[in-house]
Design a protein around this ligand. Structure first.
Ligand SMILES: [Zn+2]
Ligand SMILES: [Zn+2]
Length: 346
């Protein structure tokens, strides 16, 4: 089968991945599931993996097939699999967990001590078939098209995970700020909208992104290309600040907003990444706000997100590409030229 593989870390996105002919994966363990990939979302993290940004944090053996936002149709299952059947449409949690370590027993899939991560530490879904397990596959309700919603496997679940943490702290009358209405941000905004009664403020520097935010139900929009974000949030919140900030950009300029826009006791959630957090310790003491990290989400949270999708509360804006267009997608994303989410159809 054809697979888009990373052979060498590079900054050159036009030659990031190579299309190779590789063996199709087969069932080897009784809990294995083989999925025919109908859609695999392209993620900013793919660009970061290609650049070698993850080598410090995980073991990677190249060449490796990238693609961690996978969905498709089950084609083969091991003897012990009874959660999904051949022919079922599924979405795949990117992490295959062991199920028996303590984090797994607490439901904390992302902290599993024996996990493998498709497209990050083992072969992913930019290929015709994906090797995964029964603990990572979620059957989809009738009417939910796997190809359309593949990006929820990471982009969606990550945005949902952050939104769920934020919603737990948001009361009616509070304000939530969403910074960056891109591939993840537009999902996070809809999750907040579906699950909280807070005032939602969208911040972006692109007009199309702000229009999308307004269409998706943002109460206020702030154009950071010509407005002072801190002043705008102060005026919207009567100088109180936002109780919850979801930062889908994570650059120096956006993390630096935290002391000025976060309400006392609030949280600035880091979802996008690439920049640095450089604040005087005193800023956190004075404002008693917190920076909180966001690492994908739990299997059960992906089930919850699928429920929101099934209700029509969360829709995805996607563009579709063939497998041999992966490097075009990588380049376009690098230049900020992809609105919503790119889905590769292997
Ligand atoms: Zn991703
Ligand atoms: Zn585990």
């Amino acid at each position: 089968m054809e697979a888009a593989r990373l052979h060498e870390y590079t900054e050159e996105m036009d030659q990031a991945l190579q299309i190779d002919d590789v063996d199709e994966p087969t069932v080897s363990e009784p809990t294995d599931v083989i999925v025919e990939v109908t859609g695999a979302g392209w993620c900013q993290t793919d660009n970061h993996i290609i650049e070698g940004m993850w080598t410090e944090y995980v073991d990677q053996t190249l060449p490796m097939t990238l693609g961690h936002e996978n969905a498709g149709i089950v084609r083969e299952v091991g003897d012990l699999v009874d959660t999904v059947d051949v022919g079922d449409p599924v979405i795949c949690h990117p992490v295959q967990t062991c199920g028996v370590c303590r984090p797994c027993r607490l439901g904390e899939d992302m902290y599993c001590e024996h996990s493998v991560f498709n497209g990050l530490t083992t072969d992913g879904g930019f290929a015709e078939y994906l090797h995964t397990s029964d603990r990572a596959t979620i059957p989809l309700p009738a009417g939910v098209d796997p190809t359309e919603i593949a990006p929820h496997a990471d982009a969606g679940i990550t945005a949902y995970h952050a939104a769920k943490k934020a919603v737990a702290e948001l009361n009616p009358g509070d304000t939530a700020v969403v910074i960056g209405i891109g591939g993840l941000g537009h999902i996070g905004l809809q999750c907040l909208q579906a699950m909280s009664a807070a005032t939602i403020v969208a911040v972006d520097l692109k007009q199309e992104a702000l229009e999308l935010a307004a269409d998706l139900g943002a109460d206020e929009t702030v154009d950071s290309s010509d407005e002072d974000v801190a002043d705008a949030i102060a005026s919207i919140t009567d100088e109180v600040g936002a109780q919850q900030v979801l930062d889908f950009v994570g650059r120096d300029e956006t993390t630096a907003l935290a002391p000025d826009i976060t309400a006392a006791g609030g949280d600035h959630h880091i979802i996008g990444y690439g920049g640095m957090i450089t604040e005087p310790a005193q800023a956190l003491v004075n404002g008693e706000f917190a920076f909180r990290g966001t690492l994908v989400g739990q299997y059960t949270e992906l089930q919850e997100l699928v429920a929101l999708v099934d209700r029509g509360d969360v829709t995805l804006h996607t563009d579709h590409y063939s497998l041999d267009e992966v490097n075009t997608v990588a380049e376009r994303l690098e230049h900020g030229e992809i609105e919503g989410r790119a889905v590769i159809e292997p």
